[in-house]
Design a protein around this ligand. Structure first.
Ligand code: NAG
Length: 262
């Protein structure tokens, strides 16, 4: 942008042997284009300021995180809602979602017909947007540390869906939290968790979660369920698989279906 930046290029071009001289010629073609881009970027930033960052910037941020592939199993839950509806049918009428960015899942679930939804957000929501703060204010989404018993009575929800949150818990806390999630559900518990070797959380976010995520393998989880007497929900697994193949849906996270306690 400054003159000093343009100089090396110009010298390069006037060297004569550069085969890309025509393309790289800075003065005639690149600069006007660059100015237009800069003006556009400036305009977008200004619009963002006017809209208080909630509307436009929310969508913009989401678009960026999708492009960068920085994506979470919470996003995967939202992609999977139509499949979950096929697999769980009426059991989707009263859903609790547990995990980071719960507001986004809850708002999406609330758009579905005949679905009531609540959320538990395990981490702070300082950077939450206005609509999320309003969900928290109404008590639809709660901020709660899931290492402690959830503030709900047994079988308060037909279905409990948890994403990402369990990857941050050591087995000691998993031993408490997972049975508690099964306790507050009546028709099942669905777990969305990352594949090992595919670190999803950005380094910057690690401090927020307290400890780095530990992605466990499918065999680790299955062994863990057996140890803690949690049963897999065979009927739901089958229906979920059928609905997935019908809609050519391939989850980017591991999905487990467990029975509630009876
Ligand atoms: C978790 O619970 C299982 C089954 O009750 C037990 O075998 C295991 O030692 C527990 N793990 C921890 C870290 O407490």
């Amino acid at each position: 942008m400054s003159r000093r930046h343009a100089n090396p290029t110009r010298r390069f071009v006037s060297g004569g042997s550069n085969p890309f001289g025509g393309i790289l010629h800075p003065k005639s073609h690149v600069s006007p284009l660059l100015s237009i881009v800069l003006v556009l970027v400036g305009a977008i930033l200004l619009i963002g300021l006017f809209y208080g960052g909630s509307g436009i910037f929310g969508g913009y941020k989401e678009a960026i995180s999708k492009v960068e592939g920085d994506f979470t199993c919470t996003l995967e839950v939202q992609r999977a809602i139509p499949i979950l509806k096929k697999a769980y049918g009426d059991s989707m009428h009263k859903v609790l979602h547990v995990g980071p960015d719960s507001c986004s899942v809850v708002s999406n679930l609330l758009k579905e017909e005949e679905t009531e939804a609540w959320g538990v957000e395990p981490y702070d929501i300082e950077d939450a947007d206005g609509s999320c703060k309003s969900l928290v204010h109404k008590g639809v989404v709660r901020v709660a540390d899931i290492k402690f018993p959830l503030p709900y009575r047994a079988k308060s929800f037909s279905l409990v869906i948890v994403s990402d949150a369990l990857d941050y818990l050591s087995p000691k806390y998993l031993n408490k939290t997972l049975p508690d999630l099964a306790r507050v559900s009546s028709d099942g518990l669905v777990i969305f968790t990352g594949y090992p070797g595919r670190q999803r959380a950005k380094v910057a976010e690690l401090s927020k979660f307290g400890r780095p995520a530990k992605m466990r393998s499918s065999s680790w989880w299955i062994r863990y369920f057996v140890q803690t007497s949690l049963e897999e929900n065979e009927a739901a697994i089958k229906k979920f698989e059928q609905a997935s193949s019908k809609k050519s849906y391939k989850p980017s996270c591991q999905v487990f279906h467990l029975n509630s306690y009876h």
